[in-house]
Write a protein that binds this ligand. Structure first.
Ligand code: IPM
Ligand code: MG
Length: 352
């Protein structure tokens, strides 16, 4: 198989973790006889420094022309002024919108070998959990009208039936291949947009009689996630609630450095990125955990290219390294062997 992949290293640890993702990709290429053409393009703080914008037109064009986009992380203290006109995050939001990647899929599961790293009590974590947050990514308050009005400021949460239907279908389709439970998370006791969300999700649910739909208010969902995470299978939610709940879901697994994500639209093209940020405090020190990026590569092979066996090979390699007690510093525990970013990447590649 021949595929074209646009690669965005971004800022901070982005360069280091992408290098390991690419190492694994090259190993898959070699082992399974595929050709992955990589096109490195710039976005984020590094693009602001060079071109004055976070998402240069050429970058968006290259990503649109590719079969998939692999992204490290963007941002850093240098560009952190929240009042600045140009910010690295604009690159990310512009790319999601420009590629029409409306469905953000963020799996959060506990690895047996890492259960001790979870901040939750053993009694809560003992059943394990395996959750996928399905976050709407190109609508809602992130993209609604906003502005200043005298000494007030406003942001608007707005969703159309069309937008809710298409993200709901992604969640229900995913649930069909899993435990067949969808928790739709909203704030329907207060927000009109949430009432439309709930109504619309209920209609879509009729197309999936085998799937159980549970409506849950977002405050309760935040609480239930730490009280009993095993009750969840697929969590379907809006852009902002999904942003918040996916960070919470990732933390209870033990390390945000482990979690991959996929953003997809109508076709097979997708955007794949670790859910963590650019970690400027450890950038350039060979300390970052490359596993979230490596698992994002696995999601890319599976979701955009349909290469299930190749994806499973990566997942298994990651598992076997963890089972053998190899760790990066963020997930280290007593008795584990601590590896740097590159050493971890090499070891996983070797086991493919
Ligand atoms: C995420 C991030 C982004 C978001 C930021 C960096 C704009 O927090 O991908 O979750 O809010 O979507
Ligand atoms: Mg976030």
């Amino acid at each position: 198989m021949v595929k074209n992949i646009a690669v965005i290293e971004g800022d901070g640890i982005g360069i280091e973790i992408i290098a390991e993702g690419v190492r694994v990709l090259k190993k898959i290429e070699e082992k399974f006889g595929h050709t992955f053409n990589l096109n490195y393009v710039e976005m984020g703080g590094c693009a602001i420094d060079k071109y004055g914008v976070a998402l240069p037109d050429e970058t968006l064009a290259a990503c649109k022309a590719a079969d998939a986009v692999l992204l490290g992380a963007v941002g850093g203290p240098k560009w952190d002024d929240p009042t600045a006109k140009v910010r690295p995050e604009q690159g990310l939001l512009g790319l999601r919108a420009g590629l029409e990647c409306f469905a953000n899929i963020r799996p959060a599961k506990v690895y047996k070998a890492l259960a001790a790293a979870s901040p939750l009590k053993d009694s809560i974590i003992s059943d394990g959990f395996d959750i996928v947050v399905v976050r709407e990514l190109t609508g809602g308050i992130y993209f609604g009208e906003r502005g200043r009005d005298g000494d007030s400021a406003y942001d608007t949460e707005k969703y159309s039936v069309y937008e809710i239907e298409r993200i709901a279908r992604v969640a229900f389709n995913l649930a069909m291949g899993r435990k067949k439970i969808v928790h739709s998370v909203d704030k329907a006791n207060v927000l009109e947009s949430s009432r439309l969300w709930r109504e619309t999700v209920a209609k879509v649910a009729k197309e999936y009689p085998e799937v159980e739909l549970v409506n849950m208010l977002v405050d309760n969902a935040a609480m239930q996630l730490v009280r009993n995470p095993a009750q969840f299978d697929v969590m379907l939610t809006s852009n902002m609630f999904g942003d918040i709940l996916s960070d919470e879901a990732s933390q209870i697994t033990g390390s945000i450095g482990m979690l991959a994500s996929a953003s997809t639209g109508a076709g097979t093209r997708g955007l794949y990125e670790p859910i963590h940020g650019s970690a400027p405090d450890i950038a350039g020190q060979n300390k970052a955990n490359p596993i979230a990026t490596i698992l994002s590569v696995a999601m890319m092979l599976d979701i955009s290219f349909g290469l299930k066996e190749e994806a499973a090979t990566i997942d298994n390699a990651v598992n076997s390294v963890l089972e053998d007690n190899y760790r990066t510093i963020d997930i280290a525990s007593e008795g584990s062997v601590v590896l740097g970013t590159q050493e971890m990447g090499k070891l996983i590649a070797e086991r493919i």
